[in-house]
Structure formats: C-alpha cells, structure tokens
Design a protein around this ligand. Structure first.
Ligand code: GUN
Length: 277
C-alpha cells in the first residue's frame, strides 16, 4: 500500500480546499530538541506551506515550565489567525502532557488528543481524530480492504494510534482485537486476522510466520537505528501478506496528509461551515 502516492493526492485535494477557504493557519509547539520531533515538525511545516496553509513554528527550550507552555497554548487558542494548534509529543518531564492537551481549544485540536475529541470518537461521532489512524483508514479504503465483519488485530494501545484505530475499525463494523505488552500468544490472534495494524515501536515484532496468507498488514512502527529506519513488521511478511505498507513510504506520509486535512476541517468548524459535534 503506497502511502506516498495516496498522500500526494490527498495534499492536492487539500490545496484546492485551502484556496477555496482563504487564509488558514496552523501553529505547532515544540518543547526541547528531540531530533525525531524536530524532523516531524519540519515535515509538517513543509507540507502545510506547500498546500498554502500559513504556519507558525513555536519552539521553546527544554527547561520551559508547564505554566509557560499553558500560557502559549491559551494565546494560540485566542488567536483568530490560528485554525489548528498542535503540541508535539513527547513533552519534557516537568510538563504534564494531559494538562497541556486539555488546554488546547477542542475546535483547534487538529491532533484529536483533547478529551472532548477522544470522547467524540469513542461515541462514534468523530470531531477531530488523530492523524495516523485517519491515514490508516484512508489507505485501507483506497486499496479496497473489506472491514465489515473482518477480523482485525491492533497491536499496541497508545492514545495516539492503538486506541483510536481500534475505535475507527469498530465503527467500520470490523471485529477488533487489541493486543499489547501483557497479551499472551500474539500469534494465535494475528494468524487469524484479515487485517493487522502493528503500532508498538518494536523493530520486526510481527514476523512472517505470524501472518495469515493474503492478510492486509499496516506498519505504524518508526524505529530509528544506526542501520536506518525500520517498522514493527519484518519486511519478509510481504511474502505472505496480500497488502502491506512499507516503512518508510506507508503510514508516515499519510499522517502528514491527514493532519493537513484536519487543519482544513478545523477552519470549517471555526467558520461555521461545519458544525462541531
Ligand atoms: N508524537 C508522535 N506522534 C505525534 C502526533 O501525531 N502528533 C503530535 N503532536 N505528537 C506526536
């Protein structure tokens, strides 16, 4: 499943929507100098600029206090030129992530991390949804993977990927099993699955002998090693899978494209074109 190709098409669509809507703004907040976070932020800005979204890049030092981050988030909430606010995670230790996420205006919460947006997803009335799960659903749809009644296995239970993708699959009428670090006998579950989403951050966790012939496999892993970037899925799983996302070039580009789409959605909410649920 080619995430680069689909993401490029989605970005074209977003660019057209942006020119229709007029001036649109995305603000990102990065605290500290984590190299991976800096890379992700740079990519998000490049992609936003390319589709005509103006961006603001707020970069605070590692030792910034929670109060200062909260004050900045409140300023962005009140700034009419800002449609979307994204606080890059993880945050440094002295800062309570939940408090910062909870301070973002839910209408501007393009990451979908705010409890209101997480709750709306839980209830099956999605407002803003985390970009990676949205990208996965778009890929599965693009490649015609049937979800109705399908056996799907999600490995990982993070708030950013595991839980929201499990809910989206459930709302698409799939049978959903969530596996995690305490689960016993992963293979017993994965071997039965029509769709496997691996989102744990462990290189090569899903091996060839764990996958059913013809299954669709989505690799969310971004494991950086000295030898390069690796997913959670062993590359030779592609010999058994019917469809599989590569790393890089699968879920990663989709995440960025869906963030842009969420920024347009935020602008529609804010302009009253779309009702915020
Ligand atoms: N850290 C890892 N993934 C993400 C993401 O999708 N959004 C933000 N804000 N931080 C992240």
């Amino acid at each position: 499943m080619d995430g680069r190709a689909l993401a490029a098409r989605i970005r074209e669509g977003v660019a057209a929507e942006v020119s229709e809507l007029g001036e649109l703004g995305l603000a990102t907040v990065l605290v500290g100098d984590d190299p991976a976070s800096q890379l992700y932020i740079r990519r998000k800005h490049e992609a936003a600029r390319e589709v005509g979204i103006s961006t603001r890049d707020l970069h605070l030092p590692e030792e910034t206090s929670e109060e200062d981050v909260l004050a900045l988030v409140r300023d962005l909430n009140n700034d009419d030129g800002v449609d979307g606010v994204l606080v890059q995670l993880p945050l440094p230790r002295q800062i309570d992530e939940a408090r910062v996420i909870g301070a973002v205006d839910p209408v501007k919460d393009v990451d979908g991390f705010h409890p209101v947006n997480a709750g709306q997803l839980y209830l099956g009335r999605p407002a803003h949804v985390s970009a990676t799960p949205l990208g996965i659903m778009a890929l599965l749809e693009e490649y015609g993977v049937p979800l109705e009644g399908a056996r799907t296995v999600v490995i990982g239970r993070s708030d950013i990927v595991g839980k929201p993708i499990a809910l989206l699959l459930l709302h698409a009428n799939a049978t959903v099993t969530i596996l995690h670090s305490r689960s016993r006998d992963l293979t017993a579950h994965t071997l039965e699955a029509d769709v496997v989403v691996a989102a744990v951050g462990q290189k090569g966790l899903l091996a060839r002998n764990m996958v059913k012939e013809g299954a669709a496999v989505v690799d969310v892993g971004m494991n950086r090693t000295e030898e390069g970037l690796f997913g959670d899925v062993d590359p030779d799983v592609s010999e058994r899978a019917g469809l599989m996302t590569p790393v890089p070039g699968g879920v990663g580009p989709m995440t960025i494209a869906m963030l842009l789409r969420s920024t347009v959605r935020a602008a529609r909410f804010r302009r009253g074109v779309l009702a915020f649920p």
